[in-house]
Ligand binder design. Structure first.
Ligand code: SF4
Ligand code: SF4
Length: 453
């Protein structure tokens, strides 16, 4: 979107056009992360605007250049408020990837969104209450999973969905994700926790033979996130079994939400609290040789990039440096390609979607590259478009249509792909894929488990 098309772009006052113009800090309390040097790297090429899936379908959204460097550079003392359009950014972070000049766009957006929510949003408004509820899905899920069958029945009731839409502004177009009857953590405890994992890993190392490795070299701490714990424990189980089969001892520290939905809704205080607990619980393990593994690409993104960008917490850089996505880690440390080349599964075809947050970590091709060598599997990338749901974004009534318009390309490619089972690493992309296509959606770790364990 060009400058001229930015509907809410501020116009420079005459004073601003004189030599007296002095940019001011928009967010004075964030002195530790003054982003103006980053914004000065912007040379207005508009590559970020062209890459933005929201700007592509929503003419009212001014785009990432305006949300980022322009707001940071051009605000005047008498106009320090953040534009409300920041709430229409879905935090897909595609603009980060697109910028040839390294402007920290998503960091600017997250900071601006937090500032907007803090200073401009009515805390009793329906939007704030709805966004706070969606951001804290992990807390809701904790309660819901205590009585999963009842919760599923209530949340699946069409009357409840209509009430949710009318009262809270949560779309009734989508089916609420079902809670598993046993959470991943319940399964993990029942199975014997870290002690059992250590035994299984030792057995696998003995079976594999070859040079003896010290157990300190084969230790991972699993960040399962909310969705694998409460909704799809089969993904967490697959992660544990696959890593153990390569001889890794798995631990599952206590954890909170990664913060992804909180960043996207400007709930930075909630995110800071969650990050503090996660960093404390994982950083202590790093000295014992553990690396942090996430099965969700938004969780790994959060721990890797958003935590150190936004918070100053002891140990945060170490956690960031030692965090990996599950397949990525195995590809780096094991001969995963070799193992896959020798394996086979029953014939199946997949339509694979790379999540935006996976792209941002350079992981967009890994599942396709890996599984096309697996005997019995056909896998096709359904293109580089955004799925459109972006976590909580597509759950908001007023964003539902935009979310589906963004996802239209992906739905179309899925329909034309040979496979009629979807695959992705992101839980909410998985919801959108299922919603738009009706396909069953699997996680790459589940296929890896089928092939190797
Ligand atoms: S994060 Fe995504 S939605 Fe937000 S401005 Fe960047 S590209 Fe657009
Ligand atoms: S892509 Fe980077 S340099 Fe180009 S307009 Fe956007 S922020 Fe500026």
């Amino acid at each position: 979107m060009s400058d001229a098309e930015s509907p809410t772009k501020p116009t420079l006052t005459p004073a601003a056009q004189t030599e007296d113009f002095e940019p001011v800090e928009v967010f004075p309390e964030t002195t530790e992360m003054d982003l103006r040097p980053g914004s000065d790297n912007c040379y207005k090429c508009t590559a970020c605007d062209v890459s933005c899936p929201v700007a592509e379908v929503d003419d009212k959204f001014p785009g990432p250049k305006f949300q980022g460097p322009e707001q940071w550079r051009l605000k005047r003392k008498e106009d320090t408020s953040v534009d409300s359009s920041i709430m229409s950014c879905s935090n897909c972070m595609r603009c980060d990837d697109a910028c040839p000049s390294g402007v920290p766009l998503s960091q600017m957006h997250n900071t601006a969104r937090g500032e907007y929510v803090e200073t401009e949003m009515d805390k009793l408004s329906r939007e704030y209450i709805r966004n706070r509820i969606l951001s804290n899905y992990g807390t809701l899920a904790w309660f819901g999973s205590k009585v999963p069958r009842l919760t599923n029945a209530v949340m699946g009731n069409s009357l409840v969905q209509q009430i949710n839409e009318k009262v809270l502004g949560i779309t009734s177009e989508r089916d609420f994700p079902e809670f598993a009857t046993q959470t991943f953590r319940e399964w993990w405890e029942e199975r014997g926790g870290a002690a059992t994992s250590k035994e299984r890993a030792q057995e696998a190392r003995a079976e594999r033979g070859g040079p003896q490795v010290r157990s300190e070299d084969k230790r991972v701490a699993y960040f399962h996130g909310c969705y694998s714990n409460y909704n799809t424990p089969e993904v967490g189980k697959a992660m544990v079994r696959v890593f153990e089969s390569f001889g890794y001892e798995v631990v599952v520290p206590k954890q909170r939400c990664s913060g992804t939905p909180m960043f996207a809704n400007g709930m930075l205080d909630d995110a800071r609290r969650a990050a503090g607990i996660n960093v404390e619980n994982f950083s202590g393990l790093l000295n014992e040789g553990y690396d942090v593994i996430a099965s969700c690409t938004s969780c790994s993104m959060s721990l890797r990039q958003e935590y150190p960008e936004l918070f100053d917490i002891d140990g945060i850089e170490d956690v960031s440096e030692h965090t990996y996505e599950a397949l990525e880690y195995l590809r780096i440390h094991e001969d995963l390609e070799g193992a896959i080349a020798e394996a086979s599964v029953s014939d199946q075809a997949f339509a694979y979607h790379a999540p935006c947050h996976g792209r941002n970590q350079g992981l967009d091709r890994q599942a396709v590259e890996l599984f096309r060598e697996l005997d019995g599997v056909t896998i096709e990338d359904v293109g580089d478009s955004c799925s459109g749901i972006s976590g909580t974004y597509g759950w908001k009534s007023e964003k539902y249509d935009v979310s589906m318009q963004i996802g239209a390309d992906m739905f179309d490619h899925m329909e034309h792909a040979e496979g009629d089972v979807g695959m992705t690493e992101c839980p909410t992309c998985s919801m959108q894929m299922a919603h738009g296509s009706g396909y069953e959606i699997r996680h790459p770790l589940q296929l890896l488990e089928e092939a190797l364990v």
